[in-house]
Design a protein. Structure first.
Length: 187
């Protein structure tokens, strides 16, 4: 058992096979492609927001307490790996969400905040702002702060603060965004 559960890729493959078995054995009350897209959207969203909350609830508040000699374990190994899944979770959440809205016929209505689609539209705009922050503010600054790209110490410190501020901004925006997404009844 330890060998199986010690292999994340194998666990994910078996989980995917089980999910597909459920998908095809017990169809959802919607078109199968739409059900799969919603499932993927949720999976990527959990990955993205779960890591956002990990960074904000665990890593950021804990790092000042970590002894200096142990910090490279986080900054050189854990954080870059977590940021990889964080970035791609954000991108794939937005992509699958946009495909769901497009296939359901409400993408334009949501993005233009048309009556009946205001709630999901606000959620989509918040997610777009958050994804923008991830890719164009948090990630470039984290690369400097973590030493993935060369930067002077003062630049690293400023980049770490900027990344933290926008990570906290995304945490703030995630609360209304999740409400909007969960409570939209259309599509």
């Amino acid at each position: 058992m330890a060998k199986f559960f010690g292999n994340l890729h194998l666990v994910l493959v078996v989980g995917l096979v089980l999910a597909l078995a459920v998908i095809f054995a017990i169809p959802a009350n919607t078109v199968p492609e739409q059900a799969i897209l919603r499932w993927l959207h949720l999976f990527f969203g959990i990955t993205w927001i779960g890591l956002l909350y990990y960074f904000n609830f665990v890593q950021i508040p804990t790092m000042p307490k970590v002894p200096a000699e142990l910090k490279p374990g986080v900054s050189k190994f854990i954080a870059p790996s977590a940021l990889f899944f964080f970035r791609w979770g954000a991108a794939l959440t937005v992509l699958t969400g946009a495909i769901i809205a497009w296939r359901s016929g409400y993408l334009v209505e949501a993005l233009t905040l048309t009556p009946g689609f205001v709630l999901i539209g606000i959620g989509m705009w918040l997610a777009l702002i958050m994804a923008f922050n991830v890719w164009f503010i948090i990630w470039p600054n984290q690369k400097k702060a973590l030493g993935i790209v060369p930067a002077e110490d003062a630049v690293k410190a400023k980049a770490a603060t900027t990344a933290m501020i926008f990570s906290r901004t995304n945490t703030l925006l995630s609360l209304p965004m999740l409400y909007c997404m969960v409570n939209f009844n259309g599509g």
